[in-house]
Design a protein around this ligand. Structure first.
Ligand SMILES: *Cc1c(COP(=O)(O)O)cnc(C)c1O
Length: 820
């Protein structure tokens, strides 16, 4: 048996204190940490990490799926008789990092390491665009730059590549040493130093010093001159190269910048010689990122004509996957900016999570620049599609077509995009989720134009990563066996039903709750299998409720009796209900004095099964009312005790909403009901940095005009112009959910990063902004609220709460879901 460095024997010698190898011939291709994302089980090495969830808990399930190799930190797995390999280590994350660092040592080609406060991923992706013509490049997928992402990225290094580009991100002191040991860069790029992640450090200088550790052994270090101006110590690197927009002593100094409508011409002095390039961007951040890239191209000695030509072709980086509404009730994921195995894998995992339609379709072009032979490459793609249960493949390009035989699913192939378009009819696609994944040269935007629905330009963008982050934050506040019910009523607080529910299901919440039967039925249609509680079950909707297996909240004798008579007409053996107890909110619920009668009725109807008993807190966020909250809790506990005795079985007990979870750990009981917190807002903890507001409401400027003092704007001439002004009309009004109370300078929006006031009266579908002095043009984006201009601020201004603002966003505003 040859002793390859990816053989299980080598790896266990490297890492293990103790091992149990039942198959010593295993070869490892893939490292994995997420039990839901296993593609090639027999060649996967699974690291059981202890994070939000304990990775060890998934081992039996993974063995069932065919995974054979595990790195664990719990000794008991080595005793169990599983037909698998176990390597015991102290710390599974450290072991993964150590393995990656060892793997890195086997390659001698250049490795570019990138860090900085902003722009890491863009610079990395642009370098990939700029250099993939002459190199086979391994790079970090998406923004894999963390303590976990970096080892997973570096593991991809292989013999066919000849250049690697990795990014490193840190949020705390001492994290960089680990990443440096894994990446071992030969060329270092510091994009810039800004405020991001300041909170983890005592000061900016400490953060800078920490970041510079990445470059301690590089041959060449590239940076922006100003960033290190006040840095007193020795700069890293055998050689340094600086760029600047203001300082003519930099190695690359931009002496002239000519902005046109959609492009910028940059003229720079390099070694006292003048060079000009043109780039298809005009914003400052893009210009700075281009300068980092330009410096790297110089270091790699790319001829100037090549640099010039390639810079002109730079394409924007879409780092996030977006779900959009398509034609004929389809959903479209448009990820047609690049195409390589790593990013295909990420996009397919996202597709796999989508349950809203019965059918999943992938439109895929030839995969560019992988360095792996076609037969091997498309065999891997075919495995990926099979593991994600994709139903239909449309392959576009000569290479993928030549490998048609390996794909075992409904499939068709075209030589190029044009021939696919010739055969395109609207009717071909309906009620399916379509992933578009193509290399740039295939111009898939021609396809996306046809299959995406045109959107009204006001959109509510929902960040699904933020949702997951918020969910995990609250989970971390719970005891491990406390259950979690996610409140997705009112269209998930305005964020959309099944898209949100589908993410929550994937991330394994225990229960969902909706307000009405219809909402629950919609979720079932979208493939949601979780138990669902309905809080206001109308008698007229019982039929649909039973059919969809929804569990009603029963709050008084009338509705209980209605349910009993309804169930008499069926032959139901067991029907699960939730009893609502009124402990002081005085909205819905049985009172304590009703409980004896309730027990009697339930005992006469044993086919009705109480799944849970709960109450709702009236003032969980308010410290002044903590006495009242305690009384509510005591009442619920008395009532549930009585019910358990009377019924002879136990059930789930719950009382906490979001603020209750934060403020009353003693009241978590068996389950909590998480609502607003999921969407990033917690009225108990203002400005909680660990929560992420997930919604961004945005619109666009439709017209701009210049007005003179004395003129007026909008209805009843309420917006008075006092000086020469620029006024922008935007496509959003009170019919979209933007309150009229935000008119007359009260409300503000963000235009290109600047706050501008609303002027005059808010109209039904439009309003006007005073954009005097702010650089902007027609069709520019306008932010109504996001994580900076927060929905809480808007709510405060009009004397209401974020719940009302979020749920008031009209249904005609399209929801777009993004996933980073
Ligand atoms: C809406 C609701 C919740 C969630 O409240 P948040 O404050 O949004 O967390 C919990 N329980 C019941 C009964 C609700 O109606």
């Amino acid at each position: 048996m040859p002793y390859f460095s990816n053989s299980i024997q080598y790896i266990s010698n490297l890492l293990g204190q103790k091992t149990l190898l039942s198959d010593e011939t295993s070869i490892i291709e893939v490292l994995a940490i997420d039990s839901r994302k296993i593609i090639n089980p027999s060649q996967t090495l699974f690291f059981a990490l202890k994070g939000q969830r304990n990775g060890h808990d998934f081992i039996p399930e993974l063995i069932e799926k065919g995974v054979k190799n595990f790195v664990v930190s719990e000794e008991k797995w080595l005793k169990k008789v599983y037909d698998a390999n176990f390597i015991l280590v102290n710390d599974t994350l450290k072991a993964m990092q150590q393995l990656a660092a060892d793997h890195r040592k086997q390659f001698t080609y250049p490795v570019i390491g990138i860090t900085g406060s902003n722009g890491k991923t863009i610079v990395k992706e642009w370098l990939f665009q700029l250099l993939s013509v002459d190199h086979h490049i391994v790079r970090s997928p998406k923004s894999y730059n963390s303590q976990i992402g970096v080892p997973l990225s570096v593991w991809q290094l292989n013999d066919t590549a000849d250049l690697a580009i990795f990014e490193a991100g840190i949020s705390q002191p001492n994290e960089m040493d680990t990443l440096t040991a894994i990446i071992q860069p030969t060329i270092g790029v510091l994009t810039n130093i800004g405020a991001a992640h300041d909170e983890g450090f005592t000061n900016r200088a400490q953060k800078l010093e920490e970041k510079l550790k990445l470059f301690k052994d590089v041959g060449l270090f590239i940076f922006q001159k100003e960033d290190l101006k006040s840095f007193k110590k020795q700069l890293p690197g055998k050689q340094q190269f600086s760029w600047s927009l203001v300082d003519n002593s930099a190695d690359l100094f931009v002496e002239k910048m000519e902005r046109k409508t959609n492009s910028t011409k940059l003229t720079a002095l390099i070694n006292a010689k003048e060079f000009s390039i043109e780039i298809p961007f005009i914003d400052e951040a893009s210009i700075k990122n281009v300068l980092s890239c330009w410096s790297v191209l110089l270091a790699l000695e790319l001829p100037f004509e090549q640099i010039k030509h390639r810079m002109k072709e730079l394409a924007p980086i879409e780092m996030r996957l977006k779900l959009r509404n398509g034609i004929n009730n389809c959903t479209v994921i448009n990820d047609s900016y690049n195409s390589d195995l790593g990013s295909l894998e990420i996009a397919i995992n996202f597709l796999k999570q989508q349950q809203q339609h019965p059918r999943k379709t992938l439109i895929l072009s030839d995969i560019a620049q992988s360095g792996i032979p076609s037969t091997e490459l498309y065999k891997k793609v075919a495995e990926l599609l099979a593991s994600a249960k994709i139903d239909h493949l449309i392959g576009i390009g000569p290479e993928i077509a030549s490998q048609a035989g390996v794909f075992k699913l409904d499939k068709e192939f075209y030589a190029d995009t044009a021939s696919f378009l010739e055969n395109f009819t609207n009717a071909r696609f309906s009620n399916e989720t379509i992933l578009l994944k193509g290399a740039r040269a295939f111009e898939f935007e021609q396809i996306s134009k046809l299959i995406e629905q045109k959107v009204h330009e006001t959109v509510f963008e929902i960040n699904l990563n933020g949702l997951i982050q918020n969910l995990n934050y609250y989970k971390s506040k719970l005891e491990p066996d406390t259950k979690l019910m996610a409140m997705v009523k009112a269209f998930s607080y305005g964020s959309g039903s099944f898209e949100i529910a589908s993410v929550l299901q994937y991330h394994k919440v225990d229960y969902l709750a909706v307000a009405y039967v219809d909402e629950g039925v919609e979720l079932r249609k979208g493939g949601i299998k979780l138990p669902i509680m309905v809080m206001s079950p109308d008698v007229s909707a019982f039929e649909g409720m039973v059919k969809a297996n929804l569990e009603p909240e029963i709050y008084n004798f009338r509705i209980l009796n209605e349910l009993i008579s309804f169930l008499l007409t069926r032959n139901t053996k067991e029907y699960r209900i939730h009893l609502k107890i009124d402990t002081g909110m005085h909205r819905l619920g049985f009172l304590e004095e009703n409980i004896d009668k309730l027990i009697t009725i339930l005992n006469e109807n044993r086919h009705i099964r109480v799944a849970s008993v709960f109450s709702h807190l009236a003032a969980s966020e308010d410290a002044a009312e903590d006495g009242f909250t305690q009384k509510q809790l005591d009442t619920l506990l008395r009532v549930t005790q009585k019910l358990e005795l009377g019924l002879g079985y136990s059930f789930i007990k719950h009382i906490c909403n979001t603020a209750g979870i934060s403020r009353h750990p003693e009241a978590h009981l068996d389950m909590v009901r998480l609502g607003l917190g999921l969407y990033g807002i917690d009225s108990a903890v203002k400005n909680n940095r660990q929560l992420q507001p997930i919604g961004t409401l945005k619109t666009t400027i439709t017209q701009i005009k210049e007005l003179e003092a004395g003129e007026t704007v909008s209805y009843n001439r309420r917006g008075i112009i006092t000086q020469h002004s620029r006024i922008a009309t935007v496509k959003l009004g009170y019919a979209d959910g933007y309150s009229r109370k935000l008119g007359y300078g009260n409300g503000e929006m963000l235009v290109n990063g600047h706050r501008v006031p609303v002027i005059g009266t808010v109209c039904m579908d439009m309003l006007m902004l005073d954009v005097t002095g702010v650089e902007c043009k027609e069709t520019d984006e306008v932010i109504v609220f996001n994580d900076e201009l927060r929905v809480e601020e808007l709510a405060d201004k009009i004397g209401t709460i974020p719940y009302e603002v979020l749920t008031g966003i009209s249904q005609r505003v399209k929801r777009i879901y993004v996933y980073e």
